[in-house]
Design a protein around this ligand. Structure first.
Ligand code: DAT
Ligand code: MG
Length: 140
């Protein structure tokens, strides 16, 4: 039964919010059969974002990523259901929208890897860490 309670962290990035795609994204997860168990719109601080993306801190695009993610409010959500981490990633598409198939969120709504409108946890372990984003507090 524990697998039915699997949770993932999904965040609509600032351009997704600004472009008005929040409802469309929520609809896709709801129609798939997942359950929304937490949601918060927040302006993420640079500290919170640096912690969230700590694994990427040495990549050349890191400063641009932090700038972009703090350029406006994000919608942070927790979705629950069987296989939600993996299926959520499939629904998002590839990191680079150019490699994302039509029918995926990134495949349908964006063209640029540095503005790919949505975040989704890549493992149950990351999800458990990332869910603390909703509180606006850096992960421990
Ligand atoms: P994902 O968001 O698909 O899990 P990731 O964790 O590797 O991808 O990277 C986090 C974000 O960083 C990604 O959504 C967009 C940005 N990013 C990744 N690779 C990039 C690149 N080569 N150029 C610019 N931005 C990049
Ligand atoms: Mg990632």
């Amino acid at each position: 039964m524990a697998e039915l309670k699997e949770r993932t962290f999904i965040a609509i990035k600032p351009d997704g919010v600004q472009r008005g795609i929040i409802g469309e994204i929520i609809k896709r997860f709801e129609m798939k059969g997942f359950k929304l168990v937490g949601m918060k719109m927040l302006q993420a601080s640079e500290d919170l974002l640096m912690q969230h993306y700590i694994d990427l801190k040495d990549r050349p695009f890191f400063p641009t990523l932090i700038n972009y993610m703090s350029s406006g409010p994000v919608v942070a959500m927790v979705w629950e259901g069987k296989g939600v981490v993996k299926t959520g990633r499939v629904m998002l598409g590839e990191t680079n929208p150019a490699e994302s198939k039509p029918g995926t969120i990134r495949g349908d709504f964006c063209i640029d890897v540095s503005k790919n409108i949505i975040h989704g946890s890549d493992s149950v372990e990351s999800a458990n860490k990332e869910i603390s984003f909703l509180t606006g507090l850096p992960q421990t």
